[in-house]
Design a protein around this ligand. Structure first.
Ligand SMILES: CC(C)(COP(=O)(O)OP(=O)(O)OC[C@H]1O[C@@H](n2cnc3c(N)ncnc32)[C@H](O)[C@@H]1OP(=O)(O)O)[C@@H](O)C(=O)NCCC(=O)NCCS
Length: 152
């Protein structure tokens, strides 16, 4: 089988029957995981664009953004633990950037936990820059968020 980084990803809009798989990955990845209802809202909210990434018919990542006027605000990006460090997160983020641009966004913005080195490196590698800090942004852990922005 070819290495993961040379295998095409299939990226699809989120559908209700994807949610159970997403919740497993979500609980592995975050101290404050999204609920079923929160994923459901990403399908129902007209400003939300949310996608799953599949590799060989298995969901291995997901992510999305809200389009607020001409700014895309990333709501989430997650790669299944078993598939990290194979370039999937970068491919999914590049897809979100392309989609946002096609939909008319001129910038993309996100918040990331101050301690989340993997994600901060990923965003820096894609050209995002620090644009501020929000103290105590994550209510469950009290951790601060770094705000990052990129013009697209
Ligand atoms: C952040 C996350 C999406 C990255 O996904 P990934 O598929 O492993 O990332 P990639 O393999 O595409 O890595 C791209 C770049 O990100 C950085 N990176 C990724 N994981 C890293 C790690 N553990 N340590 C340091 N840098 C890391 C590197 O710069 C990497 O480039 P390189 O491989 O050329 O060094 C993944 O770690 C994840 O799902 N984490 C849990 C959920 C989360 O925190 N999401 C972000 C919320 S803001």
């Amino acid at each position: 089988m070819p290495p993961i980084k040379h295998t095409p990803l299939r990226i699809l809009p989120l559908a209700a029957d994807h949610i159970p798989d997403l919740m497993i990955m979500e609980q592995e990845a975050y101290p404050d995981p999204w609920t079923h209802g929160m994923f459901r809202q990403e399908i129902e909210n007209g400003a939300a664009y949310f996608y799953v990434a599949t590799l060989r018919n298995r969901i291995i990542g997901y992510g999305g953004f809200w389009l607020l006027l001409d700014e895309a605000h990333v709501t989430k990006i997650t790669v299944s633990r078993l598939y990290r460090r194979h370039g999937i997160g970068a491919r999914l983020m590049r897809y979100l950037l392309r989609r946002a641009k096609i939909l008319g966004a001129s910038s993309m913005r996100l918040e990331v936990r101050e301690s989340n080195e993997p994600a901060r490196h990923l965003y820096e590698q894609l050209g995002f820059e620090d644009a501020g800090i929000r103290r105590g942004y994550y209510t469950k852990t009290g951790e601060s968020a770094v705000v990052m922005m990129k013009r697209i």
